[in-house]
Design a binder for this molecule. Structure first.
Ligand code: BTN
Length: 251
């Protein structure tokens, strides 16, 4: 039941780890083949993008890292986040009839709140991509209400559905979907159009924290390698290469 053609052909399950990304990085450097999945019930140093922590109650959720060795150049790495975003939204739609959306750059939303995050880390050797670790955290069986700081912006599947979900079944569905999308990446297919179509950030007024300071504007477009184009109030544009945005209904 666990075996899929590449992603998930080997699954290493741990009880408590620092971060599943740490282990997947270590296995990558030891030469493990791609497709290895590392899962954990609990992460003591789980991490998110931009140096943030990713800590969820033990045993409640999906926390996994996939080791990949794609024939991509480092600039094309965003296709892996697109593949993960598409696989997560498809799994939630197909298994539960939910209507998830994507938020730039790497989040999955349910009812406008974040339920999943994606963290990609890479190993680069002589300017080439030696491996990528695709880390996915998907909040499942706990109530976000218990975390008043997060509850305004984050949610869980149990919150969205009103009941807990079968974690093993969802994990299998997700890995199967990831594998199918990864086959497309290996064939050189672009996933960008499908990903862009689910990006609810487009058309919205957003606030961004950038290396040059705060920016705000309407998100008018996104480029395949991930850059978000903002149109400021004065009509000028700003290219947001990395960072995070908060969505604002006004503006
Ligand atoms: C984000 O939204 O900032 C990304 C969150 C990624 C969390 C996952 S959980 C499994 C893997 N291990 C980690 O330490 N992080 C990723």
């Amino acid at each position: 039941m666990d075996a899929t053609p590449i992603i998930g052909r080997q699954i290493m399950r741990y009880e408590t780890v620092t971060s599943t990304n740490d282990l997947a990085n270590r296995y990558a450097r030891l030469g493990e083949p791609e497709g290895l999945v590392v899962t954990a019930e609990e992460q003591t140093e789980g991490r998110g993008r931009l140096g943030r922590a990713w800590i969820v109650p033990a045993g409640t959720s999906l926390q996994l890292s996939v080791l990949l060795r794609p024939a991509l150049n480092p600039k094309q790495i965003q296709v892996l986040a697109q593949m993960a975003g598409l696989a997560i939204t498809a799994a939630l739609r197909e298994a539960y009839g939910l209507a998830p959306a994507l938020k730039w750059p790497n989040d999955v939303l349910l009812n406008g709140k974040k339920c999943a995050g994606i963290l990609i880390e890479t190993g680069i050797e002589a300017d080439q991509l030696a491996f990528a670790v695709l880390g996915i955290g998907l909040n499942l069986n706990y109530a976000m209400q218990a975390y008043p700081d997060l509850a305004p912006v984050a949610t869980t599947l149990a919150d969205a559905l009103g009941h807990p979900v079968d974690r093993a079944e969802l994990e299998h569905r997700l890995l199967t979907g990831l594998d199918a999308h990864y086959a497309r990446v290996r064939r050189g297919e672009a996933l960008f159009g499908e990903w862009r179509a689910q990006l609810e950030t487009l058309g919205r007024w957003v606030h961004a924290v950038t290396p040059e300071g705060p920016e705000e504007g309407r998100a008018v477009d996104v480029l395949p390698e991930g850059t978000l184009i903002l149109e400021r109030k004065d009509g000028s544009t700003y290219k947001l290469v990395a960072g995070d945005v908060s969505l604002n209904p006004g503006g």
